[in-house]
Design a protein around this ligand. Structure first.
Ligand code: ZN
Length: 685
């Protein structure tokens, strides 16, 4: 489970703080100016493309560099999988667009062509035709006629034309997929009034209704099984001859050509693994990809969670945010190595996990008696792949299986070279000037925002998700389509409650409680107001992390009204969020945390649904419009994604003698390069 860059508080704080995460040991207010590396590469539509630096890459040994190189190749080989999982049309559309880009012989300086390129870049960015965050299908800002002309003026193109199809038929087949807003309108729709599967364009089910899928997986489960596998995690559920069958993602099964390549590079990695634990893990992962057996996946996770090698990686079908039923996982990869200096901070937090659990405001029955195997580190990312590219998380906490987390613990990471790059790219963009009520609020954010944001991520990942326990017999899936929102709220609340605890200062993790104030300001400002820049006028909030943030901010706003804990103030016709009483706000966070844990532990679906529908979904249309207008004037983009570095092995006499790291600047070139060299799946899977 992981917060994406969209993590609101992070977004807020990162957008404008000047504090460095690179400062070692002493965390005190090191105001850092922009460094010399070029971070911000380009902006289009509502996104910006950022480059991240990989500090101290040359401090790795040759063996470690080689390992990172092989794992990075494996990370790139699954790119087609995520396109196909997001929607069955995506590979078809991407190949068609790229054929045009590579072969169009008309005027590439024409305005229409530029608009076409924005569409292409958006498809690359979202790994498909739906917005990566809002999940709505986006439509090209060119005419259908111009699209037809593009296709016809790419004479040498090798379009994915079907047998017997003319170019006109091909254009006629593609046009509605690109231009008709009623075809595959949403990647994921969580609207509870309809069939979640039928109204979602994700490609995890075919010809199956929500009811049928629910019944199918319910039958598999044994409520007495204390170590259940993650049923349905790595397969597509389809109806064949009126029978439901799972098409498993494995070698010889669905997505085989890509998985074979991934395994090829994992085999290479195996030979240079750092130690036996890691070797054993890679072996088991290969075995899982070969058999598709989810028991082997659990075995792999048990090994991985105890693997504390310097070089580490995520590679698999992992997060279930992309499935409206929360069962099927998208493919992703992150290759990284430990940032030893910054990890000292997260080690202190994880060593004190039991203290945090024992002292939380949660009912005793829902607390973990023993916090096992909580480990946390700060990492440098070297390569992003699949669902983590180009839009990436800023923290990860895995594995996801509840019983593994409870019995064996979890590994949690804060991706600090990513948050640092985001921070650097945003320096001086005017956001805080526009949305902070006072000079003091702005200064607090500049001074502590970045640091406090990272510590929030540490707490959210390392302690938040790992805290608490279910009552016996309660399923972790009891919250159904509300699960992600409620789970993210619980983790955020744990972080918010504790970041204002003097224990954080005593432990030396937080410089002082002013840093916590900066975090509270940013979180509430975002949850009540500024995150709305991401929502189209007239629409509700759909995305789980955004729902979670509004839920928390709005619930505390409503519950704190009588005591004026916070208020919306208007100055010069502009609305601002002002927190009047930080201690009382902290108490409210604690109360809500206790309630969220109760809902999860007791499996109280009715209460879970109600609190989400009451606080997390609906938007105040007047405030929404105001916030968007103010934001647009700043010419900022609310989303960011990253371009990967390139790893180049230096080969002498058939042996790798070094691995060089390069930092390209051209986003489109990287995408075209990936498509040329890492396209392994057929258009129809
Ligand atoms: Zn999370």
């Amino acid at each position: 489970m992981k917060p994406k860059l969209n993590h609101l508080f992070i977004l807020m704080s990162i957008m404008l703080s000047f504090n460095s995460c690179k400062s070692p040991a002493t965390k005190d207010n090191k105001s850092v100016a922009k460094d010399n590396f070029k971070y911000l590469l380009e902006q289009f539509a509502d996104v910006k493309i950022i480059r991240y630096n990989v500090p101290d890459f040359d401090s790795l040994t040759l063996q470690q560099k080689e390992l990172v190189y092989y794992l990075s190749e494996a990370a790139l080989c699954g790119r087609d999988i995520i396109f196909d999982q997001n929607c069955k049309y995506n590979l078809l559309v991407r190949h068609t667009l790229e054929e045009i880009v590579n072969n169009y012989s008309g005027d590439k300086n024409a305005d229409d062509y530029k608009k076409f390129m924005v569409y292409v870049k958006r498809v690359w960015f979202s790994n498909g035709i739906h917005h990566h965050y809002s999940n709505d299908k986006f439509i090209p800002e060119i005419s259908k006629e111009y699209f037809a002309q593009l296709v016809k003026n790419a004479a040498k193109a090798n379009f994915p034309i079907e047998k017997g199809e003319t170019i006109d038929n091909f254009i006629a087949r593609l046009t509605p997929i690109l231009f008709d807003p009623t075809i595959a309108p949403k990647k994921i729709s969580l609207d509870p009034s309809g069939d979640l599967i039928k109204q979602s364009a994700t490609n995890f089910y075919d010809g199956v209704s929500e009811k049928e899928a629910d019944a199918f997986y319910k039958k598999m489960k044994n409520p007495k099984d204390s170590t259940p596998i993650s049923y349905g995690l790595n397969s597509k559920l389809v109806k064949e001859n009126a029978k439901l069958v799972e098409k498993t993602y494995k070698i010889g099964g669905l997505y085989s050509p890509a998985l074979e390549k991934i395994v090829y590079w994992l085999q290479k990695a195996l030979a240079v693994a750092e130690n036996d634990q890691q070797k054993n893990g890679i072996k088991t992962l290969i075995s899982y990809y070969t058999t598709g057996d989810l028991k082997t996946w659990d075995e792999y996770n048990l090994i991985w969670v105890e693997d504390h090698s310097k070089v580490d990686f995520v590679n698999g079908f992992i997060e279930v945010y992309g499935d409206p039923l929360g069962k099927k996982a998208t493919w992703e990869s992150v290759v990284n190595y430990k940032n030893i200096e910054e990890t000292k901070r997260t080690e202190i937090i994880s060593q004190n996990a039991q203290w945090f659990e024992d002292n939380s405001p949660v009912d005793k029955r829902f607390k973990k008696k023993e916090c096992k195997g909580v480990s946390a580190k700060v990492i440098n990312v070297v390569q992003l792949g699949g669902d983590c590219y180009p839009s990436t998380p800023i923290g990860i906490n895995l594995p996801n299986a509840d019983w593994i987390r409870k019995e064996h613990g979890s590994k949690s990471v804060t991706m600090e070279n990513i948050t640092y790059a985001y921070d650097q790219a945003a320096i001086g963009n005017g956001f805080l000037d526009e949305f902070c009520y006072s000079k003091e609020e702005k200064e607090l954010s500049e001074k502590y925002g970045f640091q406090a944001g990272n510590i929030h991520t540490d707490l959210h990942e390392c302690l938040g998700h790992g805290s608490g326990q279910l009552l016996p017999g309660i399923s972790s899936e009891a919250m159904k389509n509300y699960h992600s929102t409620l789970e993210e709220s619980r983790a955020d609340l744990f972080a918010l409650y504790y970041i204002m605890d003097k224990k954080m200062v005593e432990l030396g993790v937080l410089p002082n409680l002013d840093a916590a104030k900066a975090e509270y300001n940013g979180y509430i400002r975002n949850g009540l107001m500024t995150q709305l820049v991401r929502i189209e006028l007239g629409k509700n909030i759909e995305e789980s992390h955004m729902r979670n943030r509004q839920l928390i901010a709005k619930w505390c706003y409503e519950k704190g009204k009588a005591e004026n804990v916070m208020e919306l103030k208007v100055k010069n016709n502009k609305t601002y969020v002002v927190i009047n009483d930080y201690d009382k706000l902290r108490k409210l966070f604690g109360q809500l945390l206790a309630e969220m844990q109760r809902i999860k532990s007791e499996g109280d679906f009715t209460a879970g649904k109600k609190i989400v529908e009451d606080y997390a979904v609906k938007v105040d249309p007047v405030l929404h419009k105001e916030v968007k207008t103010r934001y647009e004037k700043l010419k900022l983009t609310p989303y960011g994604g990253f371009i990967n570095p390139v790893l180049k092995p230096v080969v002498k006499d058939g042996k790798i003698t070094d691995v060089k790291i390069e930092y390209p600047e051209d986003y489109s070139a990287q995408m075209l390069y990936y498509s040329k060299n890492y396209s392994f799946l057929p258009i129809k899977n």
